[in-house]
Design a protein around this ligand. Sequence first.
Ligand code: ADP
Ligand code: MG
Length: 455
Amino acid sequence: MDSWNYEVFWKEMLNQIKNTVSKEEFSMWFNNISYCSSEENTIILSVPSNFFMDQIKQRYLPLIKETIGELSGNKINISFTVVKKDIKDENHKQNGSSVEDIKKHSDLREDYSFENFVIGENNSFAANAALAISNNPGKSYNPFLIYGGVGLGKTHLLQAIGHAVHDNYAGKKKIVFVTAESFTNEFVASIQKNKPHSFKNKYRSLDLLLIDDIHFFQNKEGLQEELFHTFNALYGAKKQMAFTCDRPVSELKNITERMKSRFEMGLNVELLVPAFETRLAILKNKVESLNKIKSLNLSISDDILELIAQNITSNVRDMESALTKLVAYAELVNQKITKEIAQKQLIDIFTTTKQSNISVDIIQKKVAEYFNLSHVDLRGRKRTKAIAFPRHIAMYIARELTEYSTTEIGSDFGGRDHTTVMHAIQKIEGSLKSDPTMEATINSIIRTVKEYSSK
Ligand code: ADP
Ligand code: MG
């Protein structure tokens, strides 16, 4: 037999898988795979991007193979081909432009794409939601908001959505990526030039609006008013919006309630600090893309990458600067980098980022010591005043010194929720204003925590 056709198995497999994965998973992943063709013992599937393919391989390949194996009674291989999404937009077909000749979008950094984004346990929810949005902008999760500490990939992911929508729709979608700061400046300039309409026309007619760092809108009333109307116009027209913020929306100050509730309407996802394995994977990925961009052939040994991943724990950007510094050094002296050289070159970066080793646990211990309490009581549920006050201080310090969200901090204090933590922080902020000794107390505890953590 020479004409192989396994399509029936593929279709039947989809029917079966539908019952084993959730509806969202099915529509996010399986609806975006198409059967392409068959060869002997191989089914060829088409997928919309390399990133998508990697995800499918990681998550579902064993399940797909097993199910098809059972159905066909044969061992059948699966291979993939990447075919950029067919544009439903009829206009585009008339223009006949092909995916290859789309120019990159000028607001976006070329390397901030899904292809260059490493998925780990800290960001997989956010990345998968971002991907789903890129495949179907405006259809679900509107608006999408990513929040988290500095250097964790918020901007990268936001721009990746921009790239993917731009590519998926062959450059036909009107996309703007702005920082909240440039958005503000542009708005102010439009008023000064007496051209508020040009601003409104631009932003209210977009298909995709990406605004980075919306915490910048705090305390800016006029701006929030304008954004509110932009938001409503786009939302009403089912146009996708995505934002980033350095904290959960509930913790923003001086943002109107109506604006907050709009930010919170769609899907809000937190980016967490990556674990060691993910940090290492990100570094390997960066070495590769540095080589590509600079047409170099650098190899940096695993033990050096591990050294970086071990010493810089809370911020991808700092890891990246460490790597860039090493690469620059290697180019300059034209010499292979040893672990000793790396250690020596990076000592400054390692010591300034050291405080990221601070854990909630250490803070609790140091606060307990200071107030002569037991660690167990401090993190426990007892509510006597003698314990509650130091506990509030510990929560406050945890928020000051770590990148943990109030939700995570709460869970380290006997599973309290984030509102309790926020409340504690507000109380301490209040006492800092009214009680002059408070600051000295807190600073002294902070010093002992830092000393302990830098050992
Ligand atoms: P944020 O906006 O959260 O401060 P960025 O998006 O600017 O952080 O990320 C900081 C740097 O770290 C960027 O160069 C980005 O490419 C890189 N980065 C962060 N997370 C990842 C990841 N998961 N995979 C690859 N690079 C990452
Ligand atoms: Mg950013």
